[in-house]
Structures are given as C-alpha cells and as structure tokens.
Design a protein. Sequence first.
Length: 392
Amino acid sequence: MKLAMIGFGQAGGKVVDRFLDYDDRTNSGIVRAAIAVNTAKADLIGLDNIPQENRVLIGQARVKGHGVGADNELGAEIAEEDIDEVQNAVDAIPTHEVDAFIVVAGMGGGTGSGGAPVLAKHLKRIYTIPVYGLGILPGTDEGGIYTLNAARSFQTFVREVDNLLVFDNDSWRQTGESVEGGYAQINEEIVRRFGVLFGAGEVGEGQEVAESVVDSSEIINTLSGGGVSTVGYASEDVELNTGGGLLSRFTGGGGGNDGLDAANTTNRITSLVRKAALGRLTLPCEIEGTERALLVLSGPSEYLNRKGIERGRKWLEEETGSMEVRGGDFPRNVPEVSAAILLSGVTNVPRIKRLQQVAIEAQDNMEDIESQSSENLETLVEDDEDELEPLF
C-alpha cells in the first residue's frame, strides 16, 4: 500500500521519521511521501530522515517556533490559521500514486492532538483517497493535562478520519526504562506492526508474488466504515542452516516426513495467529464484536502454509464473530515468520472508557482549582488594597 504520511507534532514527526528509516531498511516502498508539521522548531530540527523541504513550521506569528505548551486548543487554532502552509507541502505529493493519507499524532500534547483532526478534516474535503489517523495515547502516568488532551482529541480525531488506528503507550512502557529509550522502543514497535501490515501486496522487482495477495483494496475495505482499529502482531525466528536450507522452531527443522512437516507448519501458523490476536494489541480490547479483520502472514514463502493461513482466518472469524475476515500471505526474505492482524471497528475498549472518565475528573478538578485561584486572587488584592496607600 502506497502511503502519504504526515506527522503532526513531536510524536507524530518522530514516528513518520522512523517509518522512513524502516522503509529504507526493508526496501518495502510503502512511504511515497513524508511530511512533518510542528509549532516547535527544535522538534523539526531533531528529525533524521524527513527531507528539509517537507518540514513545516506553523504558528510562527503566535508562538515564535517555541511550541504551544500542551495547549491543544491553541494547537487547533494555529492549524486552522496556517493550513495553507501545510497544503503547500501536500501539493508536492503525487496523490495519483498514493492509496491513502495517514495523519500521525501523539494525542496527549498540544500541537498534534489539536492540529491533526484539523488537517484530517481539510484533507478529506479536498481529496478522494482515504484519510486515516494513527493516534498515540499518552501513558496514564504522564499527567492529567495530557489525559484530558487525549480524551478531547480522540473524540474529534475519530470523527474526522476514515478510520483511527490507535497505539496505547500505557501497554508498552517498561519499568525502569529511560524516557528517551522507552519512546524509541515504542516507535519501533509501531513501525514494525504497521510496516508489515501496509507493506503487504507491495512487490518489487525480483521479489516473490504472494499466493493469496493482500493488496491495498483489502486493507481499505477492512478499514471502511470508520471507527477505531487496533493491530496485533506475533513472530517466530527462522535461521539459515549451513546446507543452504532453512532451520526453524517454526517447522521443526525440516527433513523427515513432508506430511508431518506440513501438519506442524499448519499448527504453528494457527498458534501464531492466536498469539497475535490475543497477545499485546496496539490498543488492548476484547476482540469479540470486531466488525472487520485482516490477517497477513509474512516471511519466507516456503513457510507460508496456505492451509495454516485458512485455518487461522477461520479461527479469527469464530473469535471475532465477524463474517468480514480477509487474509493472505506476504512473502519476504527475512529471518522470521510473522502474523499481523488488523482488527477494525472494535468497540469494547476499556482503555478508552477509562480515558474518558479520567478526563472528566481532570476537567472538573481543573475547574475547581481555577475557581479557587480566582477567589484567592481577589482576596489577596483586597487585602493589599487595605494596607497600601493609593498612588493617586
């Protein structure tokens, strides 16, 4: 699938930057164009792979390149005011070669959470190709203002895009990690999962063609209907042996009875699909009730057992209760076999429910504090007036 990716804000820009690095490492060719938009000049300077001409600084008249300080209302206002500057960069994208836009943003900060929905709405008004969002939720330990921003942004973002893919930082931060190291690892996890998913069907010169191709239309159909999506992923290593063949826990090491090897591969694929769906999703949820799903099995072609893929797809149908479960293989010359599962239209998401509740409590608390501060200020001014002589 050919994508035009736009990173809005610090987190969005870093993820898109990492996608370009992934594209280069894997030669997947999924990122047709990449743009970073920010109100903070320093964040744009810190990017490594996005071309300089595609780094757009907005809000210079209001915030002088220093960011919006987690104020997502200001972020939205600046995006509205400077949307033409962003459009100038988008104009250079060969949209006839692109299957979809993806607007990437951290939903806890100010620039991304405020500006990304504004940009998505603008793009949908102008272009006919789908506009998807990739929203990154802040951890619950990052503070009330970020949770409040995320709750507000989520409601708006999901309404303005054709589908909102979500990654929850809370499920991926590890104890004892540095902030920088933690986010670097999270960004790599995001790119790996979505890279395999969106890379399916993109065949370069000299590469093998899948037996059951998953092309861009399969992904678009799975994401149609809007709502919220999550991605599951699981993989097992494959190693080259000295004889030039492949040895792996996945197949039991090759050799022996071909029938037993085929049966073992089928079982391992089914197990991998279960692990991907029931393990750590980008947004944890109950998979029952999922509206649509897509399964992509990736790895060396000799291990992409069609019977295993069909059995995995059937299992996914039973677990989700959906009749719209698509599936296929994605041959890649990499030392692993992986299963990527896109679950679209999920509704039973405890994290979102908690996010909304915490945001309501945070907003009430902030209003109480502001009210109390106003009263204290009035009292302080009155006390000073009683003690001081007027100037005139």
